[in-house]
Design a protein around this ligand. Structure first.
Ligand code: G16
Length: 552
């Protein structure tokens, strides 16, 4: 970098559309690439987290992303802006790579003043795909709403941003320290700190023995960020045969795929476990490595069931041997984990959708595990959901129980009953139509109890609100819940992570204490609930769609 690098103050004006959603600011990549769009948002973050008057003076930040298109450019801009705003040090993953859970681990292990994570999670990548940016707090988790709202307000009044002038891009491919303006840039191994956390939690000897005994695994990294992590831990350290990790090289466009680990987008893996060459265990993760899908020979484990099974079995892993303080789940997640928690006599919490709502519960030691129907599971080891962690916990349980995934699941249902579950997504629908559907649902709420739809009778209906037991904050309008007398529930909410139009999510579940009675297909077992939900919300009339785009 030429010694001449100076701080340049650039005049700017607020840009529309910088309101963060469920998980930071997520937009089409081209929107992020507009002049000043990234710069304005980054400066707004720095203005909110910085010291009034001397910005980031003395602060250390972590920085990295899932390697998607524009990750490399955005990292260089953010580094130059951090230097211009006076940051002391930035820890950046080699080549700008950090999975979301690894970023959380770095923030916590190195006690930074938070970090910036570049990802649009499971959304497709590329110039025509999506991009995203979020700020995580020093505890390692996504910023709570008070902070994201302050950042948003700042974007609406911003007039200038600061960036280094005449500074060359840094080479981020070699580990070690370098300087940028007056700031130290420390290029770190993206895997090392994270792998250390996993080593502390799980019985790596037992896992090595499991693989040595011939246990087979397929992990689909979906050409996204988890590849290097999964290869280093599962293959290099634990001895899973080479090739157990598929699609392990992160690509800027994720190979043109949709790295959302669910039976629809990871269908080849689902087909594999349902076929004659099924491995003992299979799993997939998403773009930024925080989501997971769990499969066994001939079986798909829903995220809600996975949370329940992990809650019941976590103490088999050394990191949880003392038992769990409690378990939290997002509201639309099935109530399977609650049944386990009740039996164990531990805390349960039902929070709004969004990992940020778990942060306070974890910090206060009220819960140890958290999970969401959207393929997120995690624990108090970091403050993000963690895809590879879920895989390792499952493997540790399998290593101890030496039963199949299907066997464990069947035994779980026999013991606790089964919460049949499915989510129907209506994607890219007209925003106004989706909002009208939700408005109408609202208006009906009070009149619904006692009415019957498709053979089910509504027992209660509300719009979910959450009072945080730690800081007293209240989140309202978090999704409409309709309970039926027949142990069933339908939930409606609009996605907060989409970038085009609106996505209506309908979450459907029904509890059955004798799982043999309703058969194995959730769509069939839930037919009456699906019908009732469609009638109550008038889905076809509002959206002009007879069928959802995605059923998971
Ligand atoms: C994000 C949040 C999750 C949340 C999900 C919901 O996931 O981190 O906590 O469950 O959004 O998405 P939607 O609002 O579309 O239903 P991710 O993996 O996209 O960061």
């Amino acid at each position: 970098m030429p010694a001449a690098a100076t701080v340049k103050t650039v005049e700017t004006t607020p840009i529309e559309g910088q309101k963060p959603g469920t998980s930071g600011l997520r937009k089409q990549t081209r929107v992020f690439m507009q002049p000043d769009f990234l710069e304005n948002y980054v400066q707004a973050i720095f203005d909110v987290i910085g010291n009034p008057g001397n910005e980031l003076a003395g602060m250390t930040l972590a920085l990295g992303g899932d390697g998607r298109y524009f990750n490399d450019r955005a990292i260089q801009v953010i580094l130059k802006m951090a230097a211009a705003n006076g940051a002391a040090r930035v820890l950046v993953g080699r080549d700008g790579i950090l999975s979301t859970p690894a970023a959380s681990a770095v923030i916590r292990a190195r006690k930074t003043d938070g970090g910036l994570i570049l990802s649009a999670s499971h959304n497709p990548a590329g110039e025509d795909g999506d991009f995203g940016l979020k700020y995580n707090i020093p505890a390692g988790g996504p910023a709570p709403e008070a902070i994201t709202e302050a950042i948003y307000r700042r974007t609406q009044e911003i007039t200038t941003y600061r960036i280094l002038d005449e500074a060359d891009d840094l080479d981020l491919s070699a580990l070690g320290e370098t300087t940028l303006g007056g700031m130290t840039v420390e290029i770190i191994d993206p895997v090392a700190i994270y792998a250390g956390v996993m080593r502390d939690l799980f019985d790596f000897d037992a896992l090595r023995a499991l693989f040595k005994s011939g246990f087979t695994l397929r992990f689909d990294a979906m050409h996204a960020v988890t590849g290097p992590y999964a290869k280093a831990i599962l293959e290099d350290e634990l001895g899973a045969p080479a090739g157990s990790v598929m699609n392990a090289t992160p690509l800027p466009d994720f190979g043109g795929g949709h790295p959302d680990p669910n039976p629809v987008w990871a269908k080849p893996l689902l087909d594999l476990v349902m076929g004659p060459d099924a491995p003992d265990f299979a799993a997939a993760s998403d773009g930024d490595g925080d989501r997971n899908m769990i499969l066994g020979r001939g079986v798909y484990v829903t995220p809600s069931d996975s949370l329940a099974v992990l809650t019941a079995n976590a103490p088999l892993a050394p990191g949880y041997a003392k038992g769990l303080a409690g378990v939290a789940r997002s509201m639309p997640t099935s109530r399977a984990a609650d049944r386990v928690a009740k039996r164990l006599g531990i805390n349960t919490f039902e929070t709004p959708t969004g990992w940020k709502f778990f942060g306070n519960l974890l910090d206060a030691g009220l819960v140890t595990l958290c999970g969401e129907e959207s393929a997120g599971t995690g624990s108090d080891h970091v403050r993000e959901k963690d895809g590879l962690w879920a895989v390792l916990l499952w493997l540790n349980i399998l290593a101890e129980r030496r039963e199949s995934v299907a066997g464990i699941l069947q035994a779980h249902w026999r013991e606790y009953g089964r919460d049949y579950y499915t989510r129907h997504d209506y994607e890219g629908v007209d925003k106004a139509a989706a909002e009208a559907l939700m408005d109408e649902l609202h208006q009906q709420l009070a009149a619904l109890p006692g009415k019957s739809f498709g053979g089910l009778t509504v027992s209660a209906a509300d719009d979910f609100a959450y009072d945080d037991p730690v800081d007293g904050s209240r989140a309202t309008g978090q999704g409409i819940r309709i309970f039926f007398q027949e142990n069933a529930r339908a939930v409606f909410r609009l996605s907060g992570t989409g970038t085009v139009g609106a996505t209506l999510r309908v979450y459907l579940e029904r509890f059955e204490d004798d799982p043999a009675r309703l058969g194995d297909d959730p769509q069939e077992a839930l037919a009456a609930v699906i019908k009732a939900a469609g009638e109550i919300a008038g889905i076809a009339a509002h959206l002009g769609r007879e069928e959802p785009d995605v059923r998971t």
